[in-house]
Design a protein around this ligand. Sequence first.
Ligand code: FRU
Length: 495
Amino acid sequence: MRVLILALLALLPALPAAAQSPAADPRPGFHFAPARNWMNDPNGLVYYDGEYHLFYQYNPHGDRWGHMSWGHAVSRDLVTWQHLPIAIPETEVMAFSGSAVIDWKNTAGFNRDGKPAMVAVYTGFDPKTKNQSQYLAYSNDRGRSFTRFGKVLDIGSTEFRDPKVFWHAGTRRWVMVAVKAAEKKAAIYSSPDLKHWTHESDFGRTPSAQSINWECPDLFELPVQGGKPGETRWVLMVSQGDKGPDGGSGGQYFVGAFDGKTFTLEPGWDDAPHWQDLGADFYAAQSWSEMPDGRRIWIGWATDLRYAHAIPTYPARGLMTVPRTLALRREGSDWRLAQAPVRELEAHRGTPTQLRDVRLSETPTPLKLGDSLDMLVTFDPLKASQVALTLTDAQGYALLIGYTPATREVFIDRTRAGPHFHDAFPDRNIATLPPGDGPITLRLLVDRSIVELYAADGTRVITDRFFRGGGALTWSANAMDGEAVIRTLEAWPIE
Ligand code: FRU
C-alpha cells in the first residue's frame, strides 16, 4: 500500500521552478543529504575498519521516489560524510530498505583472504509481481562494491520488508526482524548462515497498531540507566506510515525481553504509544550494527510521509537527522528512550556566541546567531505565559521554538513557517516535560531547514523541518504576558 502511494506520488508533477531555487534553500551544514535527487530511509548502517557506513534509499534518476537503489556514504566521525557511488543498484527488483552486518565467523562463506565480508540484507521489490522478498549482497572491499547473491527469504507476500539483522550471542544465530507491513507485525526469523531463515515469532500490538502499516523495524539491547549493575532491556522499534504524533508518519518503541526467538513486552507495559520523536519529521530510523564501543546510535529520515514528495528543496530532496546516541531509563512506572546528538558533533563546534541574563518582553529582542548551529539555552519563564525563540526569513515566514510553563510544553510552531507547500506542513508539535517548575534547558540543533529539539535529558525530542521564502534567517526572542529571562545561551557554529 505504502509502495503504491509512493509510486503514485512519483507521478505527480514536479514543483514549479521557483521552489527549486538552490539559493532559496541552502544545503544543510551538518546534516546528511545526498548531492542531488531523492533520498528516503537510512539503510545498511554498519561500522567496519574505521568507517561508519550510511547506505540509503536513493533514486539515481530523479528527485521523486522511484528506481530504488542503495546510495552510499562513509564517515570516520558520524558528522563529516564522503559520498560514494551507488552500492546496490536497481535490477529486475528494486533494492528496498534493509541492513548490513559483518560476517566475522564466515557463516555465509563470503569471506575472502581471511577478511570478513560485509553482508547487506535488503528487500527486493519486484515491480511486476509486487512480491517483496529478502535478498543478500556482499562486499569484500569495505563496501565499495557488492556482489549480488540473490533471494534468501520469500513468503509469497507483497508486504514483507525492511530486514534488520544482527548476531544474537545467546543463541549463536543471526536474527532478522522485518515487518509484515500491512498486518502491523514485526516478524522475527533466525539463521545460522544468513542464507536459510526460520520463522520464530511475530510481534503485534493491537492498541498501538492503529496505523496504515508498520515499516523499518529495529531490535536491540540497551543498558537501563540508573538500574541495577548490568541491567538491560530489549527495545523494539517500528515506524508507522500514519497516525503518528502529529497525525502523519512516526515511530514507536516497545521495551521488553528477547531470547533470540520472541520479543516479550515488559510486564505492565503501558499501551499508550511511546513515540520515538514528537515532531513531524522523524521516520524509518535505524541503528548502526557492529559498533566498536558499545554505543547504540541511530539516524532517521527527517520527513513526514504526507509531504516528503513535495519538500521544496533542490537539487536534493531528502535529509537525515544527526546520528543520536540512545539510552533507556525508567520514568516513574514507565520507560523512556533518551536521545542525544553523537558527542562527535562537539568536536565541530566553532567559537560560541554566549549570552547571559537577557530580559525578554513581548517586543522581540534580536539575537545575532547563525543558521547552522548547536545551541544550549536556559529559559526562566518567570511569570510569562510563553517564551520563544523565533527564526524569521526575509519574507516574514517565522518558525517558533518555545515553552509554555502552564502546561509544561516545549513546542516547535510552524503555523507561520515556510512557503505553503503542503497542507500538512503548518502545525505545532509539542512535548510535555516531566513535572517541575523554574528554568528549563533546551538543546537545539538548527541547520538551515531543520530543527532538532532535545529536552528533559533527551527523553523528549521534537524534529521538524522548516523552509524559507527567501533571504537570510534572523533570530529573535520574546515573552508573552510578562517578562522572562534567557539565563544562559551558548550557540556554537558547526564547522
Ligand atoms: C519506508 C519504505 C520502506 C521500504 C522503502 C522503499 O519509507 O516504504 O518500507 O523498504 O521505503 O523505498
